[in-house]
Design a protein around this ligand. Structure first.
Ligand SMILES: [Zn+2]
Length: 251
């Protein structure tokens, strides 16, 4: 197991760096491949050696080499989280090709989805649609016998969230419904604890905001639900089967 973890971390850093680009450019309709990244302050194009994940940011102490404008800590954080999750997927799912493939692809979509939802309170179809297609394709190619469970879980999650979203449960939109369905396609039956965890986190966060801001202002604050779905989905991906089996064993 161990030899695969270093490549997983390295690969995760590089993909994480690309996901920063995706999270910024995709919702703004810009090309994902060119031009090269620029400093938003002085428009200097980043040199390759200033674009090394995490290390460049640390070396430059979070400032542009040209104009000294500060560069958000979010960039190295996204890179570190992506790398950490890649390592977890490989370490915990070692020996199961489908689970490793599903896990790496899931992380690759959930990171920009969470960042974009936090930023702009939208979950682009341009991310959920290809994520859904890839989940089905991976299941069909690597383990066709698992595909029915993926489809049932995806459809079940869709139905579970569709009605509340229709009645306009606070802060939940169609983007969240589609993301829940995507989680079903990746998690199979483990999507149930995943959605449950996401709902609990959402309720706790809502209560915390009302506690901080007071009832009237707190109720007007729109809390994006995507990051909670992403978090619940990841916890369930890593621990969901244990949760489901533990629960079933009690009966
Ligand atoms: Zn600059």
């Amino acid at each position: 197991m161990a030899p695969a973890l270093a490549p997983a971390a390295l690969f995760g850093l590089l993909i994480g760096s690309f996901l920063n680009v995706v999270a910024w450019r995709l919702p703004r309709g810009e090309s994902l491949v060119r031009p090269r990244s620029k400093c938003p302050g002085c428009s200097t194009q980043l040199k390759a050696y200033d674009n090394i994940p995490i290390f460049s940011w640390l070396l430059l102490r979070g400032r542009c080499r040209g104009c000294g404008e500060s560069i958000s800590a979010r960039y190295p954080v996204v890179e570190a989280i992506t790398a950490g999750l890649y390592v977890l997927v490989v370490a915990l799912k070692w020996g199961d090709a489908l689970q490793i493939a599903l896990g790496l692809v899931l992380v690759t979509f959930l990171v920009p989805i969470a960042v974009i939802d936090l930023d702009l309170k939208i979950i682009p179809n341009k991310l959920t649609a290809p994520a859904a297609v890839l989940a089905v394709a991976l299941g069909a190619v690597l383990e066709p016998s698992y595909l029915p469970e993926q489809l049932i879980a995806g459809f079940g999650a869709l139905l579970f969230f569709y009605l509340p979203a229709l009645i306009h449960a606070k802060g939940m939109g169609m983007g969240d419904v589609k993301l829940a369905a995507v989680l079903g396609l990746y998690l199979g039956r483990a999507v149930a604890p995943g959605l449950f965890i996401a709902l609990i986190l959402g309720v706790v966060a809502g209560a915390a905001i009302i506690g901080l801001k007071g009832i009237s202002e707190g109720r007007r604050t729109k809390v994006p639900f995507g990051p909670f779905l992403a978090l619940g989905g990841l916890v369930a991906f890593f621990a969901g089967d244990a949760i489901v089996n533990g629960y079933l064993d009690r009966f």
